[in-house]
Design a protein around this ligand. Structure first.
Ligand code: SF4
Length: 179
């Protein structure tokens, strides 16, 4: 069962500038979860993950491969927008981690979108090109769950290869877990 933060959660300093908490969307019973870095400006205003430019890129790729967004769970490592879209601090990710763990616990596969999510969940800080679309396992409470690192949609803006890799990730999880 998912544990949501209190509406006025102040467990880390990210509460200071947020407009809305940004909680997961999609199918809460999906075997597949996508985890991004953090809410941006549009997400903060609307209280929904991946609705800004990154969300548009993600939606386009999902559309291309025929995977409805409603069939997957989409979330971020932290539920409040970091000021000026900076990378979330380790202590902020740690404070929000129990909520993330509760979102991920029942999944069959977790897709880490971009460096921050991969660092938070896998502890990997090297180049994404070395690890993209490999099969890893991460511990969520008492479960080992398949983890696939891939590029964040924003990394795809000027990098066609990153877009191809992200598309490949989503095709893999669709065919293996949602068909
Ligand atoms: S980022 Fe998470 S832990 Fe920090 S205030 Fe927001 S909901 Fe609470």
């Amino acid at each position: 069962m998912m544990t949501e933060p209190e509406a006025d959660c102040r467990l880390c300093d990210l509460y200071r500038k947020r407009t809305h908490l940004v909680l997961p969307t999609g199918d809460k019973n999906s075997p597949v979860a996508l985890v991004g870095e953090a809410p941006g400006e549009n997400e903060d205003l609307q209280g929904t993950p991946f609705v800004g430019r990154a969300g548009q890129i993600l939606n386009k790729i999902l559309e291309e491969i025929g995977l409805p967004r409603s069939q997957i769970l989409i979330t971020n490592t932290v539920k409040c927008r970091p000021p000026v879209n900076r990378i979330p601090m380790p202590e902020e990710m740690a404070a929000c981690r129990p909520f993330l763990d509760s979102e991920l616990y029942d999944r069959k596969v977790i897709v880490g979108l971009g460096k921050s999510a991969v660092k938070d969940l896998l502890g990997y800080e090297g180049p994404m090109s070395q690890i993209v679309n490999t099969r890893q396992h991460i511990r969520i409470k008492d479960r080992d769950i398949l983890f696939i690192p891939t590029y964040h949609p924003m990394a795809c803006v000027y990098k066609p290869d990153a877009r191809e890799q992200l598309k490949l990730t989503l095709i893999m999880v669709k065919e293996e877990f949602l068909s």
